[in-house]
Design a protein around this ligand. Sequence first.
Ligand code: ZN
Length: 213
Amino acid sequence: MSAAESGSRLRDAVAELVELDVAPIVQAGDPVLRHGALPFDGQLDDAELTRLIELMTRTMRAAPGVGLAAPQIGLPLAIAVIEDPGPTDPEVAEARERDQYPFRVLVNPAYEAVGDERAWFYEGCLSVQGWAGVVGRARAVHLTGLDEYGVVLDEEVTGWPARIVQHETDHLLGVLYIDRAETRSLATGAAAAHWANDPHPHAAARALGFELD
Ligand code: ZN
């Protein structure tokens, strides 16, 4: 397919989706989650981009989730939205370095680890519904890319927001958290809720038999 054809197909898909209140979230096993997303380079005009970001935001908040990447609504485009209201449990907040993180848009994001400190926590994904797993990730990352207005991003992100940035950027590369998870930590149903509510996965590591390093 030519670039012009794939561009017009993408615009048609966006035009249809933005009419929805909330977009259906694609689940693991759908190839769109496994193909890298195309860099955004003006395939949508400003109005179309704004409406797409609004749809992604409504969808993320309704889920609810703390991030959503365009492939998760079936669009192979390197755009993600992030927003974390923060945990209600102060012990969780402290253990995970997780606080409220204001809404933002990442366009064509990339990250690199800063230092070699890693953090191990349970995380989940709206595209792997019902499951949670422990992923060791860089505690801090250098984030580059653009925002929705084309302003260049070049900053360091630490703690739980760094985890969200890594998770969402990975989506744009066709990577799911389960690819990086400790497979013995994977949990669903009541076990997922139980372990994911624990501030730190020390007890899960002992009970399920996986390492945190
Ligand atoms: Zn996800």
